[in-house]
Structures are given as structure tokens and as C-alpha cells.
Design a protein. Structure first.
Length: 74
């Protein structure tokens, strides 16, 4: 564990996250996107920046599917 506290730009992380969650290639499966969502929500909650998310396709958002994790955080 690092001794010095480091800071990151949450907006930059959010931009990267949203690009990753919009991916449709073979490597961007539900497990990949789930991990990104989990880490993103932790970062946003811990930094006081959580404002929810929206599905990229409301008709494809069944729990546990790739569509469920295809979202955009704001």
C-alpha cells in the first residue's frame, strides 16, 4: 500500500469508464463491465461524486447481462 496519498481527476476517470462501458467488442463482456462498474461506483461514492447512471439501451438492461452493465455514469 502506498504511503503517500495520491489524488486522481474523477472527471477523467469517468470519461474513460464511459468509453469502456460502451464497448461492444468480444472482450467487453458482462464480467469486464461489472468490474468497471463496481470500481467506478466505489470511486464516485468515496469522493462524493455519485450522481447515478443511465442505461445505454433501456430495452437491453436485464440484470446480469452485458446490457445491464452497458451504462453511462454522470
Amino acid at each position: 500500500m502506498a504511503k503517500d496519498r495520491k489524488t486522481i481527476n474523477v472527471e477523467s476517470v469517468l470519461e474513460w469508464v464511459n468509453v469502456q462501458l460502451a464497448r461492444t467488442d468480444e472482450y467487453a463482456d458482462a464480467g469486464f463491465k461489472c468490474g468497471i462498474c463496481t470500481m467506478t461506483e466505489r470511486i464516485l461514492m468515496d469522493s462524493g461524486n455519485y450522481n447515478g447512471y443511465q442505461y445505454l439501451d433501456n430495452d437491453n438492461s436485464e440484470f446480469g447481462t452485458v446490457g445491464y452493465f452497458s451504462r453511462k455514469y454522470s
